[in-house]
Design a protein around this ligand. Structure first.
Ligand SMILES: Nc1ncnc2c1ncn2[C@@H]1O[C@H](COP(=O)(O)OP(=O)(O)OP(=O)(O)O)[C@@H](O)[C@H]1O
Ligand SMILES: *[C@@H]1O[C@H](CO)[C@@H](O)[C@H](O)[C@H]1NC(C)=O
Ligand SMILES: *[C@@H]1O[C@H](CO)[C@@H](O)[C@H](O)[C@H]1NC(C)=O
Ligand SMILES: *[C@@H]1O[C@H](CO)[C@@H](O)[C@H](O)[C@H]1NC(C)=O
Ligand SMILES: CC(=O)N[C@H]1CO[C@H](CO)[C@@H](O)[C@@H]1O
Ligand SMILES: [Mg+2]
Length: 417
């Protein structure tokens, strides 16, 4: 049997002898509240927890959030990157409820935080997990897996928590569920020294109110609120957990279908168009390339347009035409779908050619974006309005860019010292 590295109230962590950078996280069939004062076995809970954690981590992972999760191992266990855990619970709130109301008397339940309210708690069972300020965390001078937890690391965790909350909030909204608040933990990947979302996200990690209605809450609060633990009451708690674990799978499903259709005036622009397609694919958006010239074959241009208007799949057209761009404006004047001009400009005439994409007759709403990647990104932002999976990739990408800049600056400062 593999060596046990750690054991807590709800999980055991095992070494994977053949994969030193990885661990096995095993859930146990036990439910706790109020720091294990109340402890009941609930058959099947571990399996439900497993499903919840796996689906949520998969959703975040596919969006581009760095997490410790690697893959599902069994009904009750998953494989994760081996981490040294930062002993802080990061709490993020959209709606005031629970302990926040106790600590902030006068605030009414249901108060909405915009921006999100961030809090952190030091994981210290003996002292009931005291709330900490950022300054206290810095003063603690934690060092995990060789990484000192300073201002930069704290900012990265703070920003990551917000992004993770927003992604889960958008995802739950597709199920008409309000994500009220959430608590998460970060670890330091021992192999890469990266800060990653670790531990688990299960129904104990958040409050979910279907249709924003507290009375229909599907989270662990139901269990905490039980006056007496009867078999019937435990069945209600378990049914709620099952409800969450069934719903959480739906978060991974695309809610809307959409596609980008790139029209190019000539195959000489193929390389430019392939860049658009590649970027679309990175957002999970299908992208189709077609050749047509609005100057030389307008009948064909309009026929191709009709093809994509005829099947009720939401479409963003991207027009790629050099020299004089007739394609984008003609499309834009004849379809209600969005049209993005993405002209492949050349150094010699680009400054003149671009005007054929910018100066439009009245009544046309096409946009112009010069970089092929940025044109795809704009199309993704349009689909992101209705597709939470696309929106999540955009949101995670924003976070990752922010973190890279922060780390680049930190590295540069360290060098110049
Ligand atoms: N990927 C990981 N690598 C290493 N350790 C991990 C990983 N994920 C979780 N752990 C640790 O496994 C231990 C057991 O988890 P569990 O949640 O059961 O503990 P707990 O009793 O709730 O205690 P805690 O208050 O520390 O969470 C915890 O210390 C947790 O931080
Ligand atoms: C963490 O470690 C694993 C294996 O040890 C590695 O494969 C992975 O890329 C690392 N980074 C993240 C973000 O998980
Ligand atoms: C639900 O919450 C319990 C309470 O701890 C948690 O431990 C369990 O893993 C969760 N199960 C589900 C359904 O996710
Ligand atoms: C997180 O960042 C916000 C915005 O910079 C800041 O106001 C807040 O105090 C931080 N929260 C914590 C707990 O560090
Ligand atoms: C018992 C059980 O349902 N195990 C599941 C754990 O989670 C993964 C991912 O959702 C499922 O594929 C397993 O079947
Ligand atoms: Mg824990």
């Amino acid at each position: 049997a593999a060596a046990k590295l750690n054991e807590g109230k709800t999980k055991q962590i095992f070494e994977l002898p053949d994969q030193p950078g990885l661990v096995l996280v095993q859930s146990m069939d036990q439910i706790t509240a109020g720091n294990a004062v109340r402890k009941d076995q609930m058959e099947g809970k571990a399996a439900i927890a497993n499903r919840t954690t796996s689906s949520v981590f998969k959703l975040l992972q596919e969006s581009g959030i760095k997490t410790a999760f690697v893959k599902q191992h069994s009904d009750t266990a998953f494989v994760a990157a081996r981490c040294e855990m930062i002993p802080i619970e990061w709490v993020c709130r959209r709606v005031a409820t629970g302990s926040f109301l106790k600590r902030n008397p006068g605030v009414k339940e249901g108060y909405r935080f915009s921006p999100l309210k961030m809090e952190m708690f030091f994981k210290d069972d003996a002292n009931n997990d005291p709330q900490w300020s950022e300054e206290q965390l810095l003063a603690a001078k934690f060092s995990l897996a060789g990484l000192a937890i300073g201002q930069c690391e704290v900012d990265v965790m703070n920003r990551s928590t917000v992004a993770i909350f927003e992604i889960l909030e958008k995802s739950w909204a597709t199920q008409s569920c309000t994500l009220v608040d959430m608590k998460i933990e970060f670890g330091v990947n021992v192999t890469t020294q990266e800060i990653v979302l670790a531990d688990v996200i299960d129904n104990d990690s958040w409050r979910l109110w279907p249709a924003g209605d507290r009375s229909q809450q599907k989270d662990k609060q139901v269990y905490r609120d039980l006056k007496e633990v009867t078999p019937e009451a435990m069945q209600v708690v378990k049914r709620n957990f099952e409800w969450v674990s069934e719903r959480v799978k739906l978060l991974l499903e695309r809610q809307a279908s959409g596609r980008v259709v790139v029209l190019m005036g000539s195959t000489s622009d193929l390389a430019h168009c392939e860049k658009i397609r590649k970027a679309c694919t990175s957002y999970g958006i299908p992208c189709i390339l077609r050749v047509t010239s609005a100057h030389k074959g307008p009948d064909e241009t309009l026929r191709i347009k009709a093809e994509y208007e005829g099947d009720s799949v939401s479409t963003v057209f991207v027009a790629v035409a050099g020299r004089s761009n007739g394609l984008g404006p003609v499309m834009s004047g004849n379809t209600a779908y969005p049209v993005i001009n993405c002209p492949p400009l050349t150094p010699d005439w680009g400054a003149q050619d671009v005007w054929s994409s910018l100066r439009m007759p009245s009544g046309l709403g096409c946009s112009t974006i010069l970089s092929p990647e940025a044109a795809a990104q704009f199309a993704a932002q349009i689909f992101g309005l209705t597709d939470h999976l696309v929106w999540s990739r955009l949101r995670a990408s924003m976070l990752n860019t922010w973190v890279s800049l922060k780390l680049a600056d930190q590295k540069l400062q360290a060098c110049s010292l």
